[in-house]
Design a protein around this ligand. Structure first.
Ligand code: G1P
Length: 278
């Protein structure tokens, strides 16, 4: 059972300045729901009930969002607005939120390493990058698909998707051989390679299942691309020692770390809401 999901959320969100000057980028809303809540709901639907958030300075709004606001509850009690709090109330009632801070921006690998204190040394855990908003209108969410795969193979798994060659430099990229439909055994991984030298067009997106031994590997991993500790490098090491899988997920991913992807996600959810409105 994977119960814990880690949310690295310490980044500055510079692509959304000035909106993110005093507000965490994870709190930017797609319609009326902050980005991170979509990730938390995906984790809940996959069976997780402990949400471990790596925050940083200026990110208190995240902590407050996943807590009860008594004043607000009092104000809207028995009003027509109450329904708007239904989803967040359900989350707060059913999940435990734990937090720690990443004091310096030293990369995703460093953020995950900081999460060790929250997820412990015994159990496998999930990682969601809230910037990558994933939907699957035809079935299970992406994290649930990955947990099902974990239950079969019991090793680290990264989610991948095919991207055009001229965009590959924005991602971690895998090289691997087919294990079963949509599943690859990873033989190599490179963080943000040049478009020309990328080993494939399979890009890693922000969903991971990690086994706790990744922390020992991360501790020994040297800073990589951009001088930052990269989870891609640690997983590459893991792949060489044992087994790491890459899973081509069912569904769609929006890159909400970019303005374009954010608008695309907004339009998608707006159309979806209008289509189901009475
Ligand atoms: C991170 C990872 C990268 C991955 C990407 C997915 O990069 O380092 O391997 O492909 O997330 O969104 P970032 O986008 O945080 O620079």
């Amino acid at each position: 059972m994977i119960q814990k999901c880690l949310f690295p959320a310490a980044g500055y969100g510079t692509r959304f300045l000035p909106a993110t000057k005093a507000m965490p980028k994870e709190m930017l809303p797609i319609l009326t729901k902050p980005l991170i809540q979509y990730g938390v709901e995906e984790a809940m639907n996959a069976g997780c009930n402990v949400m471990a958030v790596i925050t940083g300075r200026g990110k208190r709004a995240i902590t407050d969002h996943f807590d009860i606001s008594y004043e607000l509850e009092h104000q809207i009690q028995n009003s027509s607005k109450e329904v708007l709090l239904q989803e967040i109330r359900h989350i707060i009632a059913n999940c435990t939120f734990t937090y720690t801070r990443q004091n310096e921006m030293k990369g995703l690998g460093d953020a995950i390493l900081k999460g060790n204190v929250l997820v412990g040394k015994q159990d496998p855990f999930a990682v969601i990058l809230a910037d990558d908003l994933c939907v699957n209108p035809d079935g299970d969410g992406v994290l649930r698909q990955m947990i099902d795969l974990y239950n079969k193979y019991r090793c680290c798994i990264v989610a991948i998707m095919e991207v055009p060659k001229d965009e590959i430099h924005k991602y971690g990229v895998i090289e691997g051989s087919v294990l079963e439909e949509d599943v690859f055994v990873v033989s190599n991984m490179v963080e943000k390679p040049d478009n020309e030298s990328a080993p494939s067009n399979f890009a890693i997106i922000g969903r991971y299942i990690l086994t706790p031994d990744i922390f020992t590997v991360l501790q020994k991993t040297k800073p990589g691309k951009n001088g930052e500790l990269q989870i891609t490098d640690a997983l590459c090491e893991q792949a060489k020692k044992g087994m790491v899988l890459a899973y081509k997920f069912q569904g769609k991913r929006f890159d909400c770390g970019s303005v374009e992807g954010f608008v695309e996600a907004t339009n998608y959810f707006f159309e979806k809401e209008n289509a189901t409105a009475p």
